[in-house]
Design a protein around this ligand. Structure first.
Ligand code: SF4
Ligand code: SF4
Length: 388
């Protein structure tokens, strides 16, 4: 796979461009980015080896550092939003935030990417898939009806602030309705507040961060108190907006609950396949791992019911990344492929996902590669282990 385009030429110290800057007025920044966030990068390149898109092409433009160079060129007016490299790279980044985990300067790449797409993906520059999804997930009644028809957990009425609230998720309630049903077996005191809208994560990652923040605030009002989410991307975004103390992803919630009160943990048997222990791998949710820092809880829970197998690429993006598999199908598959090879080599029985888009992406990849491994959400795996 080759890189998409060239970066703007760097300004050589003492060269003609640098001399020109001494005599020409310096253009004012355009205010697209938070200047402190944009200035933080020291161009060290530590992030390059962990970036999944750079791993595919070894092109600077496909790296975090290269993209920050592009953002700076945009901010300084050296490139505008019509530039083909800018347009390509705004969509080519997975938004996985793996670069943040190794950055010695603490660059908040995820926030920079949101600001970039807010500017870049406006009007005719908006990718049609992103525009359609931004409009589509606003139709809460249709999603609610889809979830009800397909058997998701049924709303219980207005939220009881004293109880934890199960968040149904826009896509998950329709695509994987059994997940919310399974949660209620492990969190029986949870309610399922009616009238849940979208958390806004998808909008924030697709050029609509202002609208997204308003959606998160509305959802927080619908569900005062503790919110439990089964989707890593939703949990991370909502926790960023409402506070991590209020918003818990299901693996961290269950582990904390069972460690604080071991008697609340249901009896779980060890899963077996043909008389041997089941072999189970995990694919982290990028936003959960890199954004919220939740890494160990799902592994600990899987190990309670099966032989846990850590895949070398467990913490690398699956290529699903919100709308990415539709926007960048070729790169999306290339990023996923190493995981499929590793799942085959590890002879996995189950591959656990923690996010609705990851589940879809992994299921499509497993089907394409004709693997026998079954992709399930963590709570579906735990449900299999519930003793009768
Ligand atoms: S590791 Fe951080 S500071 Fe270094 S190039 Fe990457 S983003 Fe910039
Ligand atoms: S968010 Fe992911 S894909 Fe984008 S630059 Fe960072 S590591 Fe690379």
């Amino acid at each position: 796979m080759s890189g998409t385009s060239e970066l703007p030429a760097p300004v050589e110290p003492g060269g003609p461009a640098a001399r020109a800057t001494l005599t020409e007025p310096v253009p004012a920044p355009l205010g697209i980015f938070d200047p402190h966030l944009l200035a933080a990068c020291i161009s060290c390149g530590f992030c390059l080896p962990v970036c999944p898109t750079y791993a595919q092409t070894k092109a600077e433009a496909d790296s975090p550092r290269g993209r920050i160079t592009l953002m700076r060129a945009l901010e300084e007016g050296r490139l505008d939003a019509d530039d083909s490299t800018l347009q390509a790279q705004a969509g080519r980044c997975l938004g996985c935030r793996r670069c943040e985990t190794v950055c010695p300067a603490g660059v908040k790449y995820g926030e920079l990417l949101e600001q970039w797409r807010d500017h870049q993906w406006r009007g005719r520059h908006t990718p049609p898939v992103a525009a359609a999804l931004r409009a589509g997930v606003r139709v809460t009644p249709a999603l609610t009806a889809g979830g009800l028809v397909r058997g998701a957990a049924r709303p219980t009425g207005a939220a009881d602030p004293a109880r934890p609230h199960l968040m149904l998720g826009c896509l998950e309630r329709s695509l994987f309705p059994k997940v919310s049903k399974a949660v209620l077996k492990f969190v029986p005191d949870a309610d399922v507040p009616a009238g849940q809208g979208c958390c806004g994560a998808l909008h924030a990652h697709n050029g609509g961060s202002v609208e997204a923040a308003a959606m998160a605030a509305r959802l927080g009002e619908t569900m005062p108190g503790t919110i439990v989410s089964t989707s890593g991307g939703c949990a991370a975004y909502l926790a960023h907006q409402l506070g991590h103390e209020r918003v818990k992803e299901i693996s961290e919630f269950l582990l904390a609950q069972w460690e604080a009160d071991p008697e609340s943990m249901p009896s779980l048997r060890r899963l077996t396949i043909d008389g041997r222990p089941a072999r189970v791998g995990l694919k982290d949710s990028c936003q959960l791992r890199n954004g919220l820092g939740v890494i160990q809880p799902p592994r600990t829970l899987i190990a309670k019911v099966a032989d846990y197998v850590e895949l070398p690429s467990a913490g690398v993006c699956c290529g699903g990344a919100g709308t990415y598999s539709m926007l960048q199908p070729e790169m999306s598959k290339a990023v996923l492929d190493p995981t499929l090879v590793q799942a085959r080599e590890a002879d996995l029985d189950y591959l656990v996902a923690l996010n609705v888009v990851c589940t879809r992406q992994l299921q499509a990849g497993v089907k394409r590669a004709k693997l026998r491994v079954k992709v399930v959400h963590l709570v579906e795996l735990l449900e299999l282990a519930l003793s009768d």
